[in-house]
Write a new protein. Sequence first.
Length: 134
Amino acid sequence: MLFDAGDAAADGAPGTHATAGVVPGVDARRWRLRCRGCGHVLAAPAWRVQIDGRERHERTNPLGLRFALRLYAAAPGCRGSGAPSAAHSWFPPCAWQVLVCGGCGEHRGWRFDGAATSGFVALIIEAIVEEAYE
Ligand SMILES: [Zn+2]
């Protein structure tokens, strides 16, 4: 049931400053979010959440690499890589952890967790695909 959007809704809002959002016109039962590289199912589009009123954010890391990100309540098809860190966090005071695809192992985003939030994930838009299925 990891990819049943109803489960995500039952978990409630992911944090004090994150609000659950539903993509207008999208039937959550017939959409899924896949890794663009290998097709592994990572999450459901209906799990999008907002920070500061937006689900899409752009951030630049200390190396100067810029990422366009979309926020989700969870991405159970990803797995964490490395230890969480609060250094240079894009969403302070949340600590971040690299997320890689559970299928191909490629970097697909980050998980953010903090004392005031139950956490959310930021996935790299160009590394994911949202698709309908029958
Ligand atoms: Zn993959």
